[in-house]
Design a binder for this molecule. Structure first.
Ligand code: GLC
Length: 519
C-alpha cells in the first residue's frame, strides 16, 4: 500500500516576508516565491508551507487576518497566488497554507460588526461584562498582559489570547465554524493541498470561561526562552476542550471530501503529550499534530533520545510522527545548538521516522541575527522582553551580492540581512559540494531512493558513549543511523555506508553516518 504524501514527503517552511522580494519594497512576496520554486525542487523537498499572505494590518505579520480570502497587496494578488500554486504543482511540489481558526484581526468586518451589542455577529467573539478595572477571568495573553481588553464603544470586554488587536473567535457559535470552513473551502477549491492550522487547540475553550488554576510552568520550560506569565498557568479552560476535537473531526471530513483528500498539520503546544496526541483522534482529526519536543530539550544524545521515544510512546496506534527543529517563532537552529552541530541536526531531522519540517535558511546554517531595539519588529518581543522572534526571521541570503539577492540594492529589507551572509548564501554553497546545503540535498535524495528512510519502522533507539543511534526497518531493508554527540571518536558500525559527514576510519565527534545493515 502506498503511504500518503504527507507521511513520505518533507515539508519546507517559507516565511514569506523573508524569502524573496520581487518588487523592491524590502518584503518577500508571492512572485518572489514563484521565482525561487526551482530552488526548492533542486533541493528536493516535497511540500511548501507558505506563511500567511492574507489581507492584514500586519501587527502580527499576517497571523492577524483582516480578509481571509484576499491577498494582501504587500504580498501580491490572487493571480500571483494562483500562478505560484500552478508553478509549484508543475514542479511536483505541494503547497499548504495557514488556516487561522482561533482569532482574526480587530479590523476584520466580523469584529467590527460584533462591537455593536445588538449585532447578529456579536456572538462571533467572546464579549463579557467587567468593570473598568476588573477583567472577566484570570487568563493571561500569550503576548503579555491580561487576555481581556475593554472596548470603549460598549464598555464590554473581549477575549484575546494574543494581541488586543487579535480577538478570539467564539467557536461555540456554529456560525463561526460555518464561516471559517468556508474560508478553508475557498483555498481548497483554488487547489491548495492542505493547511497548517495555527494554534489549533486554542479554539476549544470552556463555554463558561472559568479561571485557570496556577501552575509552576514546569511543563512548558524551554531552555531557549524565559517562562512567561502565560507559561505559569495550567491551560485547562482557555484551550483544548472537547469542542476542538469535535471541530477537527468535521474539518477532517471536509478535507476528506476532496479528491484527492487534503491534509491538515496542527500547531499544538501542550506539555501533556496525552492531550497533544488526542488531536490525531481515531485517525479522524488532524493528520499531523506537529511535535515540538526536540525544540525544547538540550541538543544532546540523551535528551534527544528521550524526546524521540516520548513522541513514539505517546502516538495512538497507526499514527504518524512529525519532527521540527526550527520555525518562525524560535531562535535559529544553528544558534540554539551551535554551528558545530548543524550537520548532526540535518541527519537527525531527515532520518527519523516521521514527517520533517525544514525551516527556510536552516539548510544554510543561518544563525539568529541580533536586532537592536530600534530595528525590532516583532510585537511579542516588544511586549514580553526575551521573547522577540525577529532573530530567526532574517531575509534568505541567495547570493554573495548586494542585499544577498533578497531585494534590490536600493531597497531596505524589512529585517537586516544576516551578517556574513556571503559564504552562507545559496549561490556559494551550491558551488561547494562539501557545504551544509549539499548535505541537506544529499539526504533528501537518499530519502527518495530508500523507502526505508521514508516509511521504515523505528527500532533500537540507544545512546552509548555519547553516540545516539537508531535503526529504520522496512521490508528487507534495514539502515542504522549513528550520530556522535560525544567528544571522543566512536567506531563505525559494519555495513555499507550510504552517507556520512566525515571521512576517517572512525565516527568523529559531531559526525553522523547512515549505514545499510545486512539482515
Ligand atoms: C502561532 C504562530 C505565531 C503567531 C501566533 C498567533 O503560534 O506560529 O507566529 O504569532 O500563532 O497567530
Amino acid at each position: 500500500m502506498s503511504a500518503p504524501w504527507w507521511e513520505t514527503g518533507v515539508l519546507y517552511h517559507v516565511y514569506l516576508r523573508s524569502f524573496q522580494d520581487s518588487n523592491g519594497d524590502g518584503v518577500g512576496d508571492l512572485r518572489g516565491l514563484t521565482h525561487r520554486l526551482p530552488y526548492l525542487s533542486w533541493l528536493g523537498v516535497d511540500t511548501v508551507w507558505v506563511s500567511p499572505f492574507y489581507v492584514s494590518p500586519m501587527r502580527d505579520f499576517g497571523y492577524d487576518v483582516q480578509d481571509h480570502t484576499a491577498v494582501d497587496p504587500l504580498f501580491g494578488t490572487l493571480d500571483d497566488f494562483d500562478e505560484m500554486l500552478a508553478r509549484a504543482h508543475g514542479l511536483g511540489l505541494r503547497v499548504i497554507v495557514d488556516w487561522i481558526p482561533n482569532h482574526t484581526a480587530s479590523d476584520h468586518r466580523w469584529f467590527e460588526a460584533s462591537r455593536d451589542p445588538s449585532s447578529a455577529l456579536r456572538d462571533f467573539y467572546y464579549w463579557r461584562d467587567g468593570g473598568e478595572d476588573t477583567v472577566p477571568n484570570n487568563w493571561p495573553s500569550a503576548f503579555g498582559g491580561p487576555a481581556w481588553s475593554r472596548d470603549g464603544r460598549s464598555g464590554a470586554h473581549y477575549l484575546h489570547l494574543c494581541l488586543p488587536e487579535m480577538p478570539d473567535l467564539n467557536w461555540h457559535n456554529p456560525a463561526v465554524e460555518k464561516a471559517q470552513f468556508e474560508v478553508a473551502r475557498f483555498w481548497l477549491d483554488r487547489g491548495v493541498d492542505g493547511f497548517r492550522v495555527d494554534v489549533a487547540h486554542w479554539i476549544g475553550k470552556h463555554p463558561d470561561l472559568p479561571d485557570n488554576p496556577p501552575d509552576d510552568g514546569s511543563a512548558f520550560i524551554n531552555p531557549a526562552k524565559p517562562p512567561s506569565a502565560f507559561d505559569r498557568v495550567a491551560h485547562i479552560y482557555d484551550m483544548d476542550g472537547p469542542l476542538a476535537h469535535a471541530v477537527y473531526r468535521r474539518f477532517r471530513a471536509l478535507l476528506g471530501s476532496y479528491d484527492p483528500p487534503r491534509m491538515a498539520m496542527g500547531e499544538i503546544h501542550l506539555g501533556d503529550l496525552k492531550r497533544w496526541a488526542a488531536y490525531y483522534g481515531a485517525d479522524d482529526e488532524l493528520h499531523l499534530p506537529a511535535y515540538f519536543g526536540l525544540l525544547s530539550v538540550p541538543f544532546d544524545a540523551e535528551a534527544l533520545a528521550a524526546a524521540i521515544l516520548q513522541q513514539e510512546g505517546a502516538l495512538p496506534a497507526g499514527a504518524w510522527p512529525t519532527y521540527v527543529l526550527g520555525n518562525h517563532d524560535e531562535p535559529r537552529l544553528a544558534s540554539r545548538i551551535g554551528a558545530e552541530r548543524v550537520r548532526l541536526a540535518a541527519v537527525l531531522l531527515l532520518t527519523l521516522r516521521g514527517t520533517p519540517t525544514l525551516y527556510y535558511g536552516d539548510e544554510l546554517g543561518l544563525e539568529s541575527i541580533s536586532v537592536g531595539e530600534a530595528a525590532a519588529r516583532d510585537p511579542l518581543g516588544m511586549r514580553v522582553p526575551g521573547l522577540g522572534r525577529d532573530g530567526g526571521r532574517a531575509p534568505m541570503p541567495w547570493t554573495a551580492g548586494v542585499q544577498a539577492g533578497f531585494c534590490p540594492a536600493a531597497a531596505t529589507p524589512w529585517l537586516p540581512i544576516p551578517p556574513g551572509y556571503h559564504a552562507r548564501s545559496v549561490a556559494c554553497q551550491q558551488r561547494d559540494f562539501a557545504s551544509l546545503l549539499h548535505l541537506y540535498r544529499k539526504l533528501l535524495y537518499l530519502r527518495r531512493q530508500h523507502e526505508v528512510l521514508q516509511r521504515g519502522a523505528l527500532a533500537d533507539v540507544a545512546v552509548r558513549d555519547g553516540v545516539l543511534s537508531f535503526v529504520r526497518l522496512w521490508k528487507a531493508e534495514q539502515v542504522r543511523v549513528c550520530l556522535n554527540f560525544g567528544r571522543q571518536p566512536a567506531a563505525l558500525p559494519a555495513g555499507k555506508v550510504l552517507l556520512r559527514t566525515g571521512t576517517g576510519s572512525l565516527l568523529g565527534s559531531n559526525e553522523a553516518a547512515i549505514i545499510a545493515v545486512q539482515s
